[in-house]
Design a binder for this molecule. Sequence first.
Ligand SMILES: Nc1ncnc2c1ncn2[C@@H]1O[C@H](COP(=O)(O)OP(=O)(O)OP(=O)(O)O)[C@@H](O)[C@H]1O
Length: 295
Amino acid sequence: MAIELTDLALPSEVLTRIQERKQKLTAEDEFLIGKGGYTAEEADILEDALIALALGKNVLLKGPTGSGKTKLAETLSYLFSQPMHSVNCSVDLDAEALLGFKTIAEKNGKQGIEFVSGPVINAMKKGQLLYIDEINMAKPETLPILNGVLDYRKMITNPFTGEVVKGKETFGVIAAINEGYVGTVPLNEALKNRFVVIDVPYIQGESLRQVLKTQSQLQDEKLINQFVQLSGDLITQVSNGHISEEAASIRALLDTCDLALYMPPLRAIKRGIIEKLEDEREKAAIQNIAETLFE
Ligand SMILES: Nc1ncnc2c1ncn2[C@@H]1O[C@H](COP(=O)(O)OP(=O)(O)OP(=O)(O)O)[C@@H](O)[C@H]1O
């Protein structure tokens, strides 16, 4: 069941602020609103993110791969009924991908140069949400361009047009990082300082069971419970430092559950979880855990 604002313990002032942000939306805007569906083990993850955004703060979701950061961002967009403009960071990310680009366009039979605005400018001007995924994948020299956007000024001088753009009151930023992951760089302190940080760990137990039931095709209760147990055991091994964190990814577990509809669970675990890892000892450790649960 999708979480609604009324399910959360939010101060009335925050609820009022959220209501006040509601805008008249075009069909295109509606398309950009997230579908919701994040299942929280602790409601305070959602509550704190909502409070921070309602107060005009930027939110940084920090957690391992496949822990539901994007799902959480989509759920925030859903709960705010606010469209979300997304940027996916990579080493190739440049100012154009963030702000937009100039192009030649025809207007009234005449050719001219036109600026096509990108996600940052769109979200600022429309007063909507901006989601910057894998922000620590970007080259450190690209991101300072956002410093003014992310502090109280909510402002940027568009280097392509010279226009000074001021973010509307309801403009908000959610970013996600996956710390320590290959290809990432530690987030610059000045940048990190501009965010309220929310940890997004892998969910476990009953909330995980709900996610597997609603998002995987597997419906066999016994098998689902065994996969929840497997995930719990993997997380214990992660905290003991025996296997790497991504082995417990919920994304990988969902793939594994889907495969287990059509093949024996041990084979599904091999394809969905074990083969993704490089280290032979880690692979053997997970194989052992799986064998004790599924044979
Ligand atoms: N707490 C959760 N509630 C609902 N769905 C979840 C949750 N955790 C993980 N998922 C599911 O797991 C999959 C991966 O989630 P998502 O893409 O949001 O992860 P992520 O943290 O953004 O990953 P990455 O860092 O690799 O981008 C999705 O199918 C998502 O629906």
